[in-house]
Each structure stands twice: as structure tokens, then as C-alpha cells.
Design a protein around this ligand. Sequence first.
Ligand SMILES: Cc1cc2nc3c(=O)[nH]c(=O)nc-3n(C[C@H](O)[C@H](O)[C@H](O)COP(=O)(O)OP(=O)(O)OC[C@H]3O[C@@H](n4cnc5c(N)ncnc54)[C@H](O)[C@@H]3O)c2cc1C
Length: 560
Amino acid sequence: MASRRFDYIVVGGGSSGCVVASRLVAEHNARVLLVEAGPHRLSPILAMPAGYMKFLARDTYLTMHHVLPQEQLGGRAPIVPQAKVLGGGSAVNAMVYIRGQTEDYDGWDEALGGAGWSYRDLLPYFIRQEGNDHLGAPYHGVDGPLKVSHLGQHSAMSRAFMQAMQERGVPYTADFNGARQNGVGFMQHTIDWATRRRCSAVDAFLRPVLLHSNLTVLTETTVTRIRLEKGRAIGVDIVGPSGSETLFADVEVILAAGTYMTPKLLMLSGIGPAGELSRHGITVTVDLPGVGQNLQDHHEVPIVAMTSGAFGYFGQDRGLAMLRNGLQYMLFKTGAVTTTGVEACAFIDPEGGARPTIQLYCVPTVYLDRDVSGVEPTHGVTLNPCLLRPKARGSVRLASADPSALPLVDPQFFGDADDLRLTIAGLRYAREVLSTKPVRDMVRHEIFPGPMMESDADLANHCRRTVKTNYHPVGTCRMGREADPLAVVTPDLAVRGIRGLRIVDASIMPTITSGNTNAPVLAIADRAVDIITGQNRMLREPVAAPPNRASSIPEQVHPT
Ligand SMILES: Cc1cc2nc3c(=O)[nH]c(=O)nc-3n(C[C@H](O)[C@H](O)[C@H](O)COP(=O)(O)OP(=O)(O)OC[C@H]3O[C@@H](n4cnc5c(N)ncnc54)[C@H](O)[C@@H]3O)c2cc1C
């Protein structure tokens, strides 16, 4: 049988993989193979804004990774899931659309010597992708394929939270992705306002080209190794429903398997820290010590209060209420199903600095991770201070040379004392919000950790016991300059020491962005296509704007 050949093989059909594969096909007429380990079809419930919550604790569309017991958490091993479905994180996530802070990207660009990764460089990609339902120039796109909107319903508690924050002097912002991130407001979501359905990377990018003759999509198919020959990536080994096969890429192999799986694949293929590879009997092709290092993830700790009434969504997903809500959604596209349940947040620094260090989420119900026991679900509110730029660095290592084995994840939550200190400051701040009008009038009492837990030591224990991921792992194949010993890819996203191999997913971020990571990943992937094809048409050029919009990029965005 003749071997199957493509121009590009994209490994991983998640947020970044869908963007890259579809753009290469649609705009460059390339022959592209997209390989995704998870299924193509997913439950229609996931298209509903409230639907993702049903799947958060299940492994239907998520890989629950092996986490090493965390010494600094008393041996606890928090759960860290990753998507496993066509669309990846964008198909299962909470749909929050936040780009981060200007300083995040400008910091990358500075460290990379001005290689085109500043916010100013990326803004045209954000704008081109976006089809915002009510925000426009100069920060937003209105006619892009990625539908972005506010939620269809906001609970009484979310609104009270916003008022309490303003009472505390935090300004209201109508747009966390606009001129400034600081403040309190309702979050934007990747939801199509017209249909009130999730807009995943499949919906926005892949579906329009699914029938294109140049695109081949293999789902439930896992890439087990990258084939290397004479210093070049020439293809991949796959295992799928019809067995094993080697497929060939004439131009490039592009890795988009995500922060946990991309470094695993590199290491299985002989690219990574020599000691780690040798330990598993893998022949070292390129000794790249940074592969799997530099893991960063947002993490949060809850403070929970019982409320005196139904100001949120407790009970809305069961029994008669569920039937009523489902019917209302199907008939009118309104009601509780049109919210993701997490509507408002604030970007603040509880220690008084100008640049936000914490994203304080308001969850208008009692919400805890499944490994935290002892708190019964009830009418309540959970405030989660989430670190925007944790200092601790974790890692991803191989468990074995067996491609079917999950990697070992060491997230190192609170591995740096400053992260714990800042989270405790965030908890104290959240406690003050609970006692600020009008939230104060709705809260009965704090139930977790409880008002008796006041000292730093008590709150530190609470942090260790309850810290959970915000699902934003990045950084394990970081981009860097030649002189950076831990850089895995160049500023052009090429894997060092190997030709024809690039990485386009969340793993390339040198440092985590200050906010939810899906929007940044989608923009990075779009920029990657320009780099791969050598057509950097948007770099430092005016935004290609429709006639009725301004075409200049503002010099300064998110000033702090
Ligand atoms: C539960 C959850 C909630 C989240 N909520 C939000 C949110 O509200 N807002 C936000 O901005 N971000 C959110 N995120 C994060 C966001 O979705 C991710 O940052 C983003 O999806 C990362 O994109 P990626 O392309 O790097 O990886 P992914 O989207 O994870 O895609 C990687 C894909 O590669 C596939 N794959 C892995 N290994 C292989 C292999 N060997 N062969 C073939 N395929 C492979 C996986 O199955 C997966 O589909 C959430 C994530 C999760 C998991």
C-alpha cells in the first residue's frame, strides 16, 4: 500500500490545532492531516452554555492526568484534566473569553528581542478571529468566525458582587479585553448570541472546511511518535481504529497536543532532557533540557458562604427546574441554561498594586472541586481568588516509554511562598467583599473555611487543602532566544535542533497570560500560520478593518 503523504500533519485537534489546520487549508490550499486522539462527536449538552458543568468531573471528554503527590500540599494530588475531543479545550471549557494583559505579551516580546509577540503584534489576530455581538473597534472584531458575547442571564448574586466591588472602590468595566483590564465586570464568552450556543474552535474554524478535499481529519487516533530522519521531522506514527500506520509530512509536522501531551510526544520521539530520556531507554536525538519544564497553571482557592435565598443557580439543574429550564432554552433561548454559572469577576491586586495579580471569580453557588469533602451543596456563593501569574514552576515528565502511559504532572501549586501569600491576601479580600453591601445583605454566614479560620496559618492550611486548577496549563515547551538554555522553540515556533517540526499550542508560552488561556492560544495559533507560511501579512500592520471601523491599532492598551 502506498504511504499516505500530506504537506502538513497537525497533531492534536484542540483549540490551536483547529485554527492551524483550517487556516492552512482554507487560505493556503495546503494538504493537511489533523489527528485527534478524542472523538469527533460530542454531547449536544456541551453546546449549551450551562452544559459543560455536567462533564467537568467525568472523563467522557477529559483526560484526568496523573499528578505527583505535592509535598507542599501535605501530599495532596489535585486533579488536572485536559480535553480529549475534537475542539479540545474550546469544546469543553467554560467559554470565558479573556485575552490577558498587554504586559504579558510585551514581556514575551522583550525577552525574545522584539520578535513579533507583543500585544500590538497579536491584536490584529484577536480582532480578525472575533465576531463580537456588541463590542467593536478599536479592540474587537465584529465579523470574525469566533462568536463572542455576554451571557444571556446574570444572577442576582453576580450583580450584587459587582456592586459590592464598586462599593470597595474597584471600577466597573464593560470590557476586560478593552482599554484596561482592571476592574469588575461581566465576562465575555465564546457563545454565539444569535443561537446561544457554544462557539468552539470546531464551530468557528474547522467546520467551514471539513468537507474540503485537502483536509483529512482522523479522530480517535493517537500519534505515538514523531518520525525523525537526518535531523528532520518527516511524519508521525499513529494508532487508530484501523490499527497502526506511519503517515508522512512533506513540509512540516505541527504539534498542537497541549501543554501536557506535546512535551510527552517530544520526549517519546527522542527530543528532551537527555537524562530523562535515557532513564526510559529512549535514544536521545536532541538534548533539549527545557522540554516538560516551566509548567505554569492558574490555581484558585474558594471561600464559601451560605445565602439567605436563591440568588444563584443551586437546584436549577435538577428535577422540575431542570425540565423547565431546558424547555425555556429550547423554545426561547433564554433562562438559566444561557449562563455558564460564572458570570462576573474582578481583576485586582489585593496588595494594592496597579497591575492586577488576582482574578476574583464570583460563582453564585456553592462550588468546590470533587476532592474537597465536607461541604454540602446549598444556596450560596463561592468567591475564588485565582493567581494570575504564579511564580512556582512545575513540570511534565514521562511515566514510561510506553506511548499509552499518561505523563507525570507536577503542578507545584504553592511551590513558591509568594503564591501562597498572595492567595491568602486574595482570600482576606474576598471575605471583605462578603461583608460589603449589597452582598452582605444576602449572605447568611461563611461556611468554608469558616469565620474562625483567621490566622495566616489557618488560611494557609485551607489553601493547601482546597487549591484547584483553573484549567490553564502552559509553558512546557517555552519559546525563547538561542541563548536561553530552557527554550524549546525559537520565536518562530520551530523546535530547536530539528527541521520541519513546530509547536503551536499553549505549551509555547514563556509565561502564563493574566487571564483565561483559550483566547490567547487561538491568537497564537493564527499567528503561527503566518509564520509557517512565511506570510506575516499582519505583523505591525494596520488592522484589516471593515469600512465602517477605524483601522489603526491604539498605541497603548490596558494601561495600568
Ligand atoms: C475543563 C476546562 C475548562 C476551561 N475553561 C476555560 C475557559 O473558560 N476559558 C478559557 O480561556 N480557557 C479555558 N480552559 C483552557 C483552554 O481551553 C485551553 O487553554 C486551550 O484549549 C488550550 O489549547 P491547546 O490547543 O493548547 O490544547 P487543547 O485544546 O487541550 O488541545 C489538545 C488536543 O490534542 C489532543 N491530543 C493530545 N495528545 C494527542 C496525541 N498524542 N495524538 C493526537 N491527539 C492528541 C487532545 O485530545 C486535545 O484535544 C479550560 C480548559 C479545560 C480543560
